[in-house]
Design a protein around this ligand. Structure first.
Ligand code: S3P
Length: 172
C-alpha cells in the first residue's frame, strides 16, 4: 500500500493553507508539503509563468500529476493548490483521507489576495473573479472535506487550533 498524508488542506488561494499547514505540521511533529512548491521546483518556473506560457488547462494537467505523486509519497501535512479539486480523479483520490477545507468570505479574500500579481486567476477585478471561482468550487470543497474551518477574523495560530480540535489528532 502506498503512503497517505496525515492531513490534506484544501481551500481557495490566499486562505492560509501554507501558513496553517506548516503550523499544523509543527504541532503534529510531521513534515509539510505543498503541491504548488512541487510544481515550481519540478518545472523550474513560477505558476504565473506556466499559466501565461501554456494556459490553464496545461497547468491543471501538470498539477494533477503533482497532486497524485504527493498523495502517494507524503505522510505529513499536504496543502493542495486552490484549483486542484476541480479534477474528479483528484477528488476521488481524496476519499477516505482527512481533508480540511479552510474557508473565508469574499471581503477577507480580496483583502488577502486582491493585489497579488502572483495569483493569475485574481489579477483582474478580484472581487468578481473570487465570487465566480467560489460559486464554481464551494460545493467541491464541501463535498471532499471531513472538516471545514472558517479563517475569517482568526490568526493562523487560532485556525490551526480549531483544525486540531476538529481532527482530534494527538500532538507530538
Ligand atoms: C489556483 C491556486 C494557486 C495556484 C494557481 C491556481 C487556483 O494555489 O495553484 O495559481 O486555481 O485556485 P494556492 O491556492 O496555493 O494559491
Amino acid at each position: 500500500m502506498s503512503a497517505a498524508p496525515l492531513v490534506v488542506l484544501v481551500g481557495p488561494m490566499g486562505v492560509g493553507k501554507s501558513t496553517v499547514g506548516q503550523l499544523l505540521a509543527e504541532r503534529l511533529g510531521v513534515s509539510y508539503r505543498d503541491t504548488d512548491d512541487d510544481i515550481v521546483a519540478e518545472q523550474g518556473r513560477s505558476i504565473a509563468e506556466i499559466f501565461v506560457e501554456e494556459g490553464e488547462s496545461a497547468f491543471r494537467a501538470i498539477e494533477k500529476q503533482a497532486v497524485h505523486r504527493a498523495l502517494a509519497e507524503h505522510t505529513g501535512i499536504l496543502a493542495l493548490g486552490g484549483g486542484a479539486i476541480l479534477d474528479a480523479d483528484t477528488r476521488a483520490a481524496l476519499a477516505g483521507l482527512r481533508v480540511v477545507y479552510l474557508s473565508m468570505d469574499v471581503e477577507e479574500a480580496v483583502k488577502r489576495t486582491g493585489l497579488n500579481a502572483a495569483r493569475p486567476l485574481l489579477a483582474v477585478n478580484p472581487r468578481k473573479q473570487w465570487r465566480e471561482l467560489m460559486e464554481a468550487r464551494r460545493h467541491l470543497y464541501e463535498e471532499i472535506a471531513t472538516a471545514v474551518v472558517a479563517t475569517d477574523g482568526r490568526t493562523p495560530e487560532e485556525v490551526t487550533q480549531v483544525a486540531l480540535d476538529a481532527l482530534e489528532l494527538k500532538e507530538a
